[in-house]
Design a protein around this ligand. Structure first.
Ligand code: 5GP
Ligand code: ZN
Length: 111
């Protein structure tokens, strides 16, 4: 999508700090980190949110493999994965992204 911030980051048109990439997935540091590790993981292909992505089984599998690849590369054992879906719960960029958060204690439920 031409006007999508994360499509532009995937394309390299907007700079980002790459953490991990593979054929299906790109992962980069969040510019407003909420934990010592705060990585955004996106599929290279545009899907608006997790429900949209879930309609495509092949893309979903590739995307989950990408999250696994990031976690293995970074050797994360304890981490939180957040998908905000909808503006009402804080989604601000409508290209599906997992927030992968780690490196500090996190309570449950989140505040
Ligand atoms: P959401 O609120 O949609 O769940 O998450 C969007 C995230 O994208 C936020 O945590 C925000 O800090 C991050 N973000 C917004 N613009 C940029 C950007 O240009 N570069 C990077 N690396 N992160 C961004
Ligand atoms: Zn996009």
């Amino acid at each position: 999508m031409s006007d999508c911030l994360f499509c532009k980051i995937v394309a390299g048109e907007i700079p980002s700090t790459k953490v991990y990439e593979d054929a299906h997935t790109y992962a980069f540091a969040d510019t407003n980190p909420q934990a010592p590790t705060h990585v955004l993981v996106v599929p290279r292909q545009h899907f608006s949110d997790i429900a949209d992505l879930a309609r495509d089984a092949e893309a979903s599998a590739g995307y989950l493999a990408g999250i696994r690849g990031l976690v293995e590369q970074e050797q994360l054992s304890d981490f939180r994965t957040v998908f905000n879906t909808g503006a009402g719960v804080g989604q601000s960029v409508f290209h599906v992204h997992a927030h992968v958060l780690a490196g500090r204690p996190m309570g449950w439920p989140p505040g």
